[in-house]
Design a protein around this ligand. Structure first.
Ligand code: NAD
Length: 474
């Protein structure tokens, strides 16, 4: 049975979007020569004009970060740094409703997710690393681990504030200063974070936020004045960055794409597995690097599972990201929508069967209905390439060994999921899956204490947990 829900829109009044934003350098907002627009992907309305940093701006921000590192933040005792991080964490909690609404407006993700997943995890990340700042000598990296210096950090648009937290919190806890570039389609919460740094009276230059597109990112990672590059984004750009950093003294971590297998055995609790599959691929419109985008189902249960999955997909509400009932929001950009369409069309052209529940999509904005492909062969593009959208490719297997072989048959290795009643099978599978994170009877669960990162073309280095400190210590 499906219910009609009355609209339950979250109010936008709590956010105050300014007509224009500058760059945050050395503790102040400063203008740049050029600007670009950020839009609301659910309506295509312009939200604000945002400064586009050029090479001179990058120079200034790196110089400010270096000064702050040499004179204030580097020499500061860990216990003092922790106070600032705890303050930032509390300010994020205090302003979390505002930040959640702003994130949903700029990114298109449902308010239910930004409010209940992104923002709690952002605050938790700062609290977690605040706790490490005065305990670094006990973290297992020697009695006196030292910071690296200035970190240049570049992040994508799918979890704008959460990716910022993953980058900024461990860097600052370890005593580094940062210059961070948010993605060009989602700069607004990073700029709100800049305000929070000022509110927390963080010393000027410790955090610098440079908005801009790929060229700004390139100028930052190629700048000779930085000691560390941390990048999250596509494998293609990650490769370029690895080339540009090679032969320098810069340290590098890369968090790149994924094509995770979510593996369902015949003894799995199927209703729970369906929830996990839905969460694995339709959470955040499938704009998730570790999304369970390949569903591997044991052949004997595939029909029953697909019936349940389709029935569940028919209840997903697609639409206004600010409506509290919305499950699937807007696709982040016209470019991403075009990429999802192109790959989905290739699935049909290569012979897979496409299905979406009947669902009315809003006229304006960027939307894509939840989609499942059956009859997918391992050679199809939709089985090999990252779609980064609400599109699931279903393959089948007969034995655990075949499941492992198919799951590992990808250039990526970020995550995987296993659904089975048998603990021994979970352990047997987890040992053989070439993936940084393996979830068992759940999917897309994150915790600041738990390291996250990839194998193969999904990148290297770990973020989160004690492991996440290593990337910012000498
Ligand atoms: P993208 O690589 O195009 O952009 C990511 C960031 O890099 C943006 O800020 C962009 O402006 C910047 N950039 C672009 N060209 C650059 C260059 N030459 N030098 C420096 N910076 C440059 O990726 P995207 O499309 O924005 O993000 C989606 C990708 O990110 C997906 O492949 C996804 O899997 C990946 N991702 C990975 C993780 C992870 O933790 N592994 C998390 C989120 C997203």
């Amino acid at each position: 049975m499906s219910f009609e829900y009355a609209p339950a829109p979250e109010s936008r009044d709590i956010v105050d979007i300014k007509p224009s934003y500058g760059l945050f350098v050395d503790g102040e907002f400063v203008e740049a020569k050029n600007t670009f627009k950020t839009i609301d992907p659910a309506t295509e309305e312009t939200l604000a004009e945002v400064a586009e940093a050029d090479a001179d701006d990058v120079d200034r921000a790196v110089a400010a970060a270096r000064r702050a590192y040499d004179t204030v933040w580097g020499p500061m005792p860990g216990a003092e740094r922790a106070k600032y991080l705890f303050r930032i964490a509390r300010l994020i909690q205090e302003r979390s409703r505002e930040l959640a609404v702003l994130e949903s407006i700029d990114n298109g993700k449902p308010i239910r997710e930004s409010r209940d997943v992104d923002l709690p995890l952002v605050a938790a990340h700062f609290f977690y690393y605040a706790g490490w700042a005065d305990k670094l000598p006990y973290a297992g990296f020697g009695p006196d681990p030292r910071p690296l210096g200035v970190a240049g950090q570049v992040i994508p648009w799918n979890f704008p504030l959460l990716m910022l937290a993953w980058k900024v919190a461990p860097a600052l806890a370890c005593g580094n200063t940062v210059v961070l570039k948010p993605a060009e389609t989602t700069p607004l919460t990073a700029l709100a974070f800049a305000e929070i740094c000022a509110q927390a009276e963080l010393p000027p230059g410790v955090v610098n936020i440079l908005t801009g597109a790929g060229e700004t990112g390139r100028a930052l990672v190629e700048h000779p004045g930085i000691d560390k590059v941390a990048f999250t984004g596509s494998t293609e750009v990650g490769r370029q960055i690895a080339r540009s950093v090679a032969g320098t003294d810069k340290r590098l971590t890369l968090e790149l794409g994924g094509k995770a297998a979510n593996i369902v055995f015949d003894d799995a609790p199927l209703d729970q597995a369906v929830e996990g599959i839905v969460n694995g691929i339709f959470f955040n419109q499938g704009h998730v690097c570790c999304a369970g985008s390949r569903l591997l189902v044991q052949e004997s249960v595939v029909d029953g599972l697909l019936d349940r999955l389709k029935a569940r997909m028919a209840t997903l509400r697609v639409g206004d990201p600010l409506d509290k009932n919305t499950d699937v929001g807007a696709i982040n950009s016209a470019a991403q929508l075009a990429k999802i369409r192109e790959l989905s069309d290739s699935g049909e052209a290569e012979g897979a069967t496409r299905w979406s529940p009947p669902c009315e999509l809003p006229e304006r904005g960027f939307w894509f209905a939840p989609t499942v492909f059956t009859g997918v062969a391992a050679s199809h593009r939709i089985a090999r390439e990252e779609i980064f959208g609400p599109v699931l490719s279903v393959l089948t297997f007969r034995t655990p060994a075949e499941a492992v072989e198919k799951a590992n048959n990808t250039p990526y290795g970020l995550s995987a999921g296993i659904w089975t009643d048998k603990g021994s099978r979970i352990l047997w599978m987890a040992e053989r899956l070439r993936a940084g994170v393996v979830w068992a009877n759940t999917f897309n669960k994150f915790d600041p204490a738990s390291p996250f990162g990839g194998y193969k073309e999904s990148g290297f280095g770990r973020e989160g947990g004690r492991h996440g400190l290593e990337a910012y210590l000498r």
